[in-house]
Design a protein around this ligand. Structure first.
Ligand SMILES: Nc1ncnc2c1ncn2[C@@H]1O[C@H](COP(=O)(O)OP(=O)(O)OP(=O)(O)O)[C@@H](O)[C@H]1O
Length: 384
């Protein structure tokens, strides 16, 4: 299995370019006749691009639209608007056989391999299924040889072939899931929480496997994850999502060292500093209120209802665009420069809560949610 150069590659185009992508799910009501009474704006105007052979990490609170974005790129859900250009072709416009062929080049790695692998099929059958479905040349002997190569690539013994998913550990099952996803030699893997169901030591092995495969096969990754340590370790570029939109995008180290958007700052402020004596402790930024409903998002900047730096009335009325504040550093905040330079001071969470009529104790990205998001950040991923 080797990565092949394509015309888009030669033009230096990113492998994937998403523009203005929206996925709005209708909310239906009624006993006899379904009436659409509103829409959940799960993804609401996302632009991003991923260069070949690189990893884009996507983070954000539960429900902000990460999985829906990944599924829309693969056309597992229909986009409401926007384009997904993969290797020079708009996937959103494809139907029938061309769509099937394109799907072969974009595969998904799921969080829960047990849920995504048919328990009645042994590993041989699970791995040969996509090969047969897409008519791999070489007959049974060719398929058998291909499967052995796949097992070897993910570090499983040939003896695994006759066994069933429930006979494996979580980490081994994820190896089977990964083998299946690379069976058709895709260019892009979308991994939705690929290690969050695994023990920390096993997480490191699977992350390392993904990195090895990327190097060997020239794969491009979109990795969706809650664990900021995993995302920092594996990603070249990180995007932060809030209520269906990207609020910040930056090279991984830059984002972690100097977050620019107030929401990213709040996420990062909960990350424990490895050596507080040397580096000084970080001031924790608490947010007021819960994540608003994506069916009824706030006007203006979507984050303004919880933002400690909110300025009336611009933040309430004017939607900020994702703009390039410094090379490769994109942020959607009207006041990013003033916040970065310390010209604007944050309000205390109690003050924001009083203005909004909400409780600080109910923070979504506060003590509860953020701790879940940052678990393991201080535990470096070791190579095995
Ligand atoms: N098929 C669907 N029909 C209606 N609403 C949906 C559907 N799928 C997702 N949603 C809603 O869209 C929003 C975004 O969901 P999504 O699963 O993409 O978020 P997420 O960031 O991946 O969350 P998590 O980290 O919990 O998986 C949520 O409000 C969710 O309830």
């Amino acid at each position: 299995m080797t990565a092949t150069a394509t015309p888009a590659d030669q033009r230096g185009e990113p492998l994937l370019r998403v523009q203005g992508l929206k996925v709005h799910f209708p909310i239906k009501r009624g006993i006899f006749v379904d009436r659409t009474v509103g829409h959940v704006r799960a993804v609401d105007g996302v632009d991003l691009s991923i260069d070949r052979g690189t990893t884009y990490g996507l983070v954000g609170e539960s429900g902000c639209g990460k999985s829906t974005l990944g599924r829309a790129i693969l056309r597992l859900v229909e986009p409401t608007a926007g384009s997904v250009v993969f290797d020079g072709t708009d996937v959103a416009a494809l139907r029938g056989e061309p769509l099937r062929k394109m799907r072969r080049r974009m595969q998904m790695v799921f969080q829960d391999p047990l849920g995504s692998l048919d328990p009645r099929q042994n590993v041989e059958s699970l791995l040969s299924e996509p090969l047969r479905a897409h008519g791999l040349d070489g007959g049974n002997a060719g398929i058998a040889a291909h499967i052995r190569t796949l097992l070897d690539a993910v570090g499983l013994p040939v003896a695994a072939l006759r066994r069933y998913p429930h006979e494996f550990s979580g980490g081994q099952r994820q190896r089977i899931g990964i083998a299946r996803s690379i069976a058709l030699e895709p260019d892009l893997l979308i991994a939705d929480e690929p290690v969050s169901a695994l023990d920390v030591s096993v997480q490191a092995q699977v992350v390392n496997l993904l990195e090895e495969l990327q190097e060997r096969l020239g794969l491009t990754y979109l990795v969706i994850a809650h664990d900021l340590a995993v995302v920092r370790h594996i990603s070249d570029v990180v995007g932060v999502m809030y209520l269906g939109s990207l609020v910040e995008q930056a090279p991984a180290d830059d984002l972690y060292e100097e977050p620019l958007h107030p929401y990213t700052r709040a996420l990062m402020s909960a990350v424990p500093v490895p050596d507080p004596v040397v580096e000084g402790s970080r001031e924790r930024i608490l947010l007021a209120g819960d994540l608003p409903s994506p069916a009824n998002p706030p006007n203006g900047c979507r984050f303004h209802t919880r933002c400690p730096w909110r300025q009336e009335t611009r933040c309430d009325d004017e939607v900020p665009v994702l703009r390039e504040l410094a090379p490769a550093r994109f942020v959607s905040c009207h006041w990013a420069e003033e916040i970065r330079d310390g010209v604007l001071r944050p309000k205390a969470p109690e003050e924001v809560a009083a203005i909004q009529g909400v409780h600080v104790a109910a923070t979504g990205v506060g003590p509860v949610e953020t701790d879940a998001l940052v678990q393991g950040i201080d535990q470096p991923i070791e190579r095995t």
